[in-house]
Design a protein around this ligand. Structure first.
Ligand code: NAD
Length: 353
């Protein structure tokens, strides 16, 4: 394509749909030009933001000025809108979770291939700084060889009171925050998954999970705990990472945290026993000050492209997509495996996933 800027129309102008324009604005070759939403008030908001309101999805798809359809509706209609848009010759960006089942994603990808259009998914938390710090820490072996990762997001506000509480809309926290945290985890190792156990939380009594905990083991021996909660008045750290030479913690979105590691320049000093409860312990005493280093969290190098810079470059044939459909599919397969493990209360193993 050599036409510029490419015109993007947003379908579904709610919380996330109305946020995308500010993500797209810095990219010169993309311009948000219009919106379609089923709620008239949302269309009025779009109009007052200077965007063209389309009266129907069909009106978007038959407008030859539209190059890209960005889908930010509830999850249940992503597939149908994506397939219609691809068949109308539009490139498509879809919000996560791309679809409710992995089979549905394959159907979309087949159409995208047949129509020779770009289809990608906004798995944007790959660009989160906390995640990029952890990835960098592992790659640069700041804690030695990392063998265990814990990744959590926790709130105390329950599931937002809309379609996210309903199964038919693809609600629930595993399909919501789970997509982000599992997508991030799968980028931390090249290894496939060997086994999965999981529990869903249904404390709030909704028909969907209000959180989950999963334990994942990779063939390279990396183990991981991924946890999402909406009933946590006190939160555990966002990341807890153990390597054979140190432990790192990132406590919150403000990136408070530290790396504590053995000091390579000082021979290990035996810790002194400490009083612990009604007993003495040397095993659980803190490591000796002399032989450990307490370091601030090291920033990760800046990402080469934002999500939208990458998308625009892919449209122009200058870059391959960063968020690949095979990776998106693997996340959905893992989510299905977590649902199955939770339902069966079993360790699912030899998964080769
Ligand atoms: P929302 O309820 O705030 O907005 C959805 C909008 O879609 C509403 O305005 C609704 O009227 C409209 N809509 C519903 N059906 C439609 C249809 N058939 N055609 C056109 N418009 C329709 O929801 P939200 O929080 O903005 O979530 C939307 C999507 O974005 C979901 O898939 C969600 O998972 C995703 N999301 C992603 C992130 C992220 O960080 N990537 C964050 C929040 C939400």
């Amino acid at each position: 394509m050599d036409k510029k800027p490419y015109h993007v129309v947003i379908v579904g102008y709610g919380g996330m749909g109305s946020y995308h324009p500010q993500l797209i604005a810095p990219v010169e070759s993309l311009r948000v030009t219009g919106v379609f939403d089923v709620i008239p008030y949302r269309m009025e908001l779009a109009e007052s933001a200077g965007l063209k309101p389309y009266e129907s999805l069909d009106a978007v798809l038959t407008d030859s000025e539209v190059d890209v359809v960005l889908i930010a509706t509830p999850n249940d209609v992503h597939k149908d809108i994506a397939i219609q848009a691809l068949k109308a010759g539009k490139h498509v960006i879809c919000e996560k979770p791309v679809t409710i089942t992995s089979a549905d994603l394959l159907d979309i990808v087949e159409v995208a291939k047949a129509e020779d259009r770009i289809f990608t998914v906004h798995q944007n938390r790959r660009w989160d700084e906390d995640f990029r710090i952890v990835k960098h820490l592992i790659e640069t072996k700041q804690a030695g060889e990392v063998f265990h990762v814990e990744s959590r997001v926790q709130g105390a506000n329950g599931i937002p009171g809309d379609w996210r509480q309903l199964k038919a809309y693809g609600g629930g926290m595993l399909l919501d925050w789970g997509v982000h945290l599992l997508d991030q985890l799968l980028l931390l190792t090249d290894s496939k998954i060997d086994s999965v156990t999981a529990e869903l939380s249904t404390i709030l009594g909704t028909e969907v999970d209000d959180g989950f905990t999963t334990h994942i083991r990779f063939y390279d021996e990396l183990t991981a705990v991924v946890e999402v909660g909406t009933t946590n008045y006190v939160t555990l750290p966002r990341w807890y990472v153990k390597g054979n030479e140190g432990t790192a913690v990132i406590r919150d979105w403000d990136l408070n945290g530290e790396l504590v590691r053995s000091n390579p320049d000082v021979a290990r000093v035996e810790p002194k026993p400490i009083q612990a409860g009604q007993g003495l312990t040397k095993t659980m005493a803190p490591p000796s000050e002399e032989s450990t280093l307490r370091l601030p969290i090291e920033k990760a190098p800046a990402a080469a492209q934002t999500f939208y810079e990458n998308f625009a470059a892919a449209l122009e044939g200058k870059s391959t997509l960063i968020v690949k459909n095979e990776e998106v599919y693997r996340v959905l397969r893992l989510i299905e495996t977590i649902f199955e493990a939770a339902e069966k209360r079993e360790v699912l193993k030899d998964l080769n996933l």
